[in-house]
Structures are given as structure tokens and as C-alpha cells.
Design a binder for this molecule. Structure first.
Ligand code: ZN
Length: 257
């Protein structure tokens, strides 16, 4: 393992996934890890599950993977974090698109994994199954109580972010990601700090940039590189509408929200 691509929140967006995998090949990554939410929202859940399975890479479970594959899911979300109505409509449609084998694969995904020397989780290390969202430093503090590796990659908010802990102090690093508008942002984690890094979303970015987002961890140079990748958004949008999924799910792809 030298260059590891870290992808998250594909959300059944086949066009975005293909474009990101092309970019991963171009970047000559030796390995891939996937942080979950392979399905939910967009129009190609079956194809995306098959592609991710064929990668034979470590994958952790996202909340959409959990809800789609668990017919008895009775909602372990806290009261104010229930699935939004658009996600719920897409979830029921998605479940009908997947065969039993695909649903079983999603159901059996682990919540977190140690991939030496880092950890991967969809939401947070402190309460992976509660699917809490980490938007700011206050949210990140509890994660660090359960993060034992120097670096942990996560997704879930669909927004690339870098949080770090030095001593007892937790901070968000914002300068580096301001470069991501150019399509690439790179940084080298400092020793003595723990990093909790959100790699953004492949299939439904929500940081105002509609391009797909992922990260590369270069173990040789100890660098982390965030990348934006353009993809055929119009096709992804028209498939959502043709599938009868909520129009809002197509519109948000164009805006990256
Ligand atoms: Zn997601």
C-alpha cells in the first residue's frame, strides 16, 4: 500500500463513481477504501454495489446501507436526526432495486475498520451506530475520545473537512481546503496531532461544489490529497427523474448542496 484512495458517500451515483475510479487509476493509487453509503438517493444502486464489491476493498457501513438492507430497522437515530422524507422515499425505491445477495452484502458490512495505520468509519468513532454528524469542532471532540489511530477517515456530512486534536485542544483546519476550488488540495499531517478527516462525497457533494470529491493518502510522502472530479451530472440527474425519485434529489446534484 502506498497511495490509498479514500472514497465515501457514492449514493448510487454511477456517473460520479465511474469518473472518480478513472481519476484513481490516473493517480496510480494502489488501494481503495470505501467509507459507506454506497446506495441511497440516486438512480443506480445495483450497479454501484456491484462495482464496489468488485473492488474487493475494505468498506464500512453507512446509514443508508443500514436502512436499505435491514428490513427491521427501527431507527436508532436520536429523535432529531430521523431520515429526511427525500431519503426515505429513495430508501424504499432503492430496496426494491437490490437483490437478496446485494442486500446481504450491505447488511454484513462492519461499522468501522482498522486499516493500518489508520481507521475508517462512516460517521464517528465514538458512536458509529448513532450516525451523528460532525460539522464543527464541538461535534468532533467526542470522536477523538474513541479515535486511537493518528488518522481516521470518515464521511456522512458530504463535506470535506479536517479536524485535529493536539493535546486536549481540538481545531478545524480550514486554510488547506480553501485550495480545493482549484480541484486539488494537499497537506501533510503533523506529528503529535490526531486527525479526523472527512473526504467529502463522491455522489452527492454538499459543500456548494457539485464536482465529485475524494481523497488520496500517500503513505510514502505522508501526504493527504483532496481531489475534485467533474462528471456527467446531467445524465445522473435525468436518471433520477426517469426513475421517479424526488426531483429535489436531481436538483441538488447540480448545486452541490
Ligand atoms: Zn451519505
Amino acid at each position: 500500500m502506498s497511495r490509498i484512495a479514500v472514497i465515501s458517500d457514492i449514493h448510487a451515483n454511477l456517473e460520479a463513481l465511474r469518473a472518480v475510479l478513472d481519476d484513481i487509476r490516473y493517480e496510480q493509487c494502489s488501494d481503495i477504501v470505501c467509507l459507506g453509503d454506497v446506495v441511497g438517493y440516486d438512480a443506480d444502486p445495483s450497479a454501484c454495489v456491484e462495482i464496489v464489491r468488485s473492488l474487493k476493498c475494505p468498506v464500512v457501513k453507512g446509514n443508508h446501507d443500514e436502512q436499505v438492507s435491514n428490513a427491521d430497522f427501527n431507527g436508532e437515530y436520536s429523535e432529531n436526526r430521523r431520515m429526511n422524507p427525500f431519503a426515505k422515499a429513495a430508501m424504499e425505491w432503492t430496496r426494491a432495486q437490490l437483490n437478496e445477495e446485494q442486500l446481504t452484502w450491505l447488511r454484513r458490512l462492519q461499522l468501522m475498520r482498522l486499516i493500518q495505520p489508520f481507521t475508517i468509519v462512516h460517521a464517528t468513532m465514538d458512536s458509529a451506530r448513532l450516525w451523528n454528524y460532525v460539522f464543527n469542532v464541538d461535534d468532533a471532540i467526542s470522536n477523538f475520545t474513541r479515535q486511537f489511530t493518528d488518522i481516521c477517515f470518515h464521511g456522512h456530512t458530504h463535506r470535506p473537512k479536517i479536524f485535529y486534536k493536539e493535546g486536549s485542544h481540538v481545531e478545524e483546519e480550514t486554510d488547506i481546503l480553501s485550495h480545493l476550488a482549484s480541484g486539488i488540495a494537499r497537506f501533510r499531517p503533523q506529528s503529535g496531532r490526531k486527525y479526523f478527516i472527512n473526504v467529502g462525497s463522491v455522489g452527492q457533494p454538499r459543500d456548494g461544489d457539485p464536482r465529485a470529491c475524494y481523497a488520496i493518502f500517500d503513505r510514502d510522502t505522508y501526504e493527504i490529497i483532496f481531489k475534485r472530479v467533474s462528471y456527467d451530472i446531467e445524465t445522473a440527474m435525468s436518471k433520477i427523474i426517469a426513475a421517479g425519485l424526488p426531483d429535489y434529489l436531481a436538483d441538488r446534484l447540480a448545486k452541490g448542496v
